[in-house]
Ligand binder design. Sequence first.
Ligand code: PDD
Length: 285
Amino acid sequence: MTTKINFNGEIFDELSISVMDHGFLFGDSVYEVVSTLNNQPCFLDKHLDRLNNSAQAISLKIPRDRGWFREQLKSTLVSAGNEESYIRIIVTRGIGEINIDPSSCANPNIILIVMDVTKYSESFYEKGIQVALVSIKRNPLDSLNPNIKTGNYLNNVLAKMEAEKLGAQDAIMVNPWGYLTEGTTSNLFFVCEGHILTPSMECGILSGITREIIIQLAKENGFHIEEGKWPGAELLKADEIFLTGTIKKVMPVSHLDGRPVGTGKPGPITLNLLRLYDDLLTKKV
Ligand code: PDD
């Protein structure tokens, strides 16, 4: 049950960070969430690729290379000594003047949080979760592009709060044109007449690492899978819905807007993909 925090290469039990860091002031930061298997990071290369892409997209120069991240993560994981860990990698713009201009921030800060992971209990996978289609829209591509994983998640926080007010555990957002996008920290898939459908990148979503793996697994295992644009109302016709993400893995959805999805129990395609994903994880690490 240990938390260790690596700040620019030094490991601490707790960390205070300057209120003048633009990550704190403006959400001017990028981040990744990585899971572990046997306390080893899963898909670390893919996460470091996306971290670099996110940083590049906001013109944030990360002062350390991939080897440094690997080394530091390794020592922080050993220091924490958990059975399994939740890893959050954050790179902030750094300390600067108290105005929005990032040019006064000379040194980005790198923070690696390693803590005991709180996994979803088995009952979530057995019963599924309840979601709601919310009125808060996912940012359009030419605003803060959802494919940049920044520390500015307030849009998604508002969506999550709206879902909870509606009695659901998570939110599904559409884009400003009414097309389905994703969950607040997960990608969306649904099944109609045996076809697996998932919103395409042009709808404005994060290119989830779990999403990519699920698309590949579905193709390799003979499922019909399609990326595209569907209005929010399409989801009401779904026989199965599931969300994907690093911690959620493949999470069945039992209810949408208070109504059962299909039988109201996790569907066969969802459970099949969850099993395939779990098998892949144990083979990979
Ligand atoms: N969230 N969409 C959004 C908006 C996300 O924040 C995430 C990840 C995903 C799924 O991506 P991946 O499969 O690479 O985890 C999709 C992480 C887990 C988080 O912020 O906690």
